[in-house]
Design a protein around this ligand. Structure first.
Ligand SMILES: Nc1ncnc2c1ncn2[C@@H]1O[C@H](COP(=O)(O)OP(=O)(O)O)[C@@H](O)[C@H]1O
Ligand SMILES: O=c1ccn([C@@H]2O[C@H](COP(=O)(O)O)[C@@H](O)[C@H]2O)c(=O)[nH]1
Length: 232
């Protein structure tokens, strides 16, 4: 979901952002923050993309967007060389809460809520690491969507959301989506995807993700039957 960084654009055509934490003349205007959780390949980023499309936000310049979407995956911790070697073999647990930089997520969301401009790391699933020196600039917006497998896991982070949505998709559908996605888009082979799923993804989903769906105020149900994501 992450896009490449763009140069800060101040005093844009409609004058919304002046580069100084002010939107439409209001200092530090706080956005409506929506958490979107769900298992891997449940459709979280697709749901967020559809919301952005429906609200006509996709083709809008970064600095002028009223709705922005951020992925929790941008906040994976930097790996040590030995963890990196494990990750390259599909033997690192990216689904455990410890894999995420919880403090950085919290501070970033606090800054966003304070109406500040933030730089979000760009993540590369092919190398299991951040793209060095690349950031997506998030400008103050009216609505911010924050999506990821464990966005409701950390109580301090969970409490920041004004609305919590859970994308509820059955496990076999999610696995059927994850296999081709990880092979085609994330540079994996079938054996690695299935081993990672059985050893880490599935157990962590059951322990850390699923129990927190009770915090959600709304559910998106997607299944193999609505195979056309544009119908969401
Ligand atoms: N409703 C849907 N029907 C069919 N395929 C979908 C649907 N939602 C998402 N997908 C596909 O499933 C894969 C995972 O979706 P994605 O939105 O990336 O999930 P997540 O962000 O939860 O990991 C993608 O290839 C996406 O195109
Ligand atoms: O380097 C990485 C980072 C993450 N993963 C897997 O990605 C999913 C989370 O992303 P979704 O888009 O929600 O599926 C998580 O299950 C990790 O296992 C990875 O494989 N490699």
């Amino acid at each position: 979901m992450a896009a490449s960084s763009t140069e800060p654009k101040t005093n844009g055509p409609n004058g919304r952002y002046n580069g100084n934490g002010r939107i439409n003349g209001v200092e530090g205007k706080s956005p409506f923050l929506i958490g979107v959780a769900g298992g891997t390949a449940s459709g979280k980023s697709t749901v967020c993309k559809r919301i952005m499309e429906k609200l006509g936000q996709v083709d809008v310049d970064n600095a002028q967007r009223q709705v922005v979407s951020i992925s929790q995956d941008s906040f994976y911790r930097e790996l040590t060389p030995s963890d990196k070697a494990k990750a390259d073999r599909g033997q690192y647990n990216f689904d455990h809460p410890d894999a995420f930089n919880e403090d950085l997520i919290f501070q970033t969301l606090k800054d966003i809520l304070a109406g500040k401009k933030c730089d979000i790391p760009v993540y590369d699933y092919k190398t299991n690491s951040r793209c060095e020196g690349q950031f997506t600039t998030i400008y103050p917006a009216d609505v911010v969507l924050f999506e990821g497998i464990l966005v409701f896991y950390f109580p301090e982070i969970r409490d920041l959301f004004h609305m919590k949505l859970f994308v509820d998709t059955d496990s076999d559908t999610r696995l059927a989506r994850r296999v081709p996605r990880d092979i085609n888009e994330r540079g994996r082979d079938l054996e690695q995807v299935l081993n990672q799923y059985m050893n880490y993804v599935k157990p962590a989903f059951e322990e850390f993700c699923l129990p927190n769906n009770n915090h959600a105020s709304g559910l998106f149900r997607t299944s193999a039957y609505n195979a056309n994501p544009s119908s969401l």
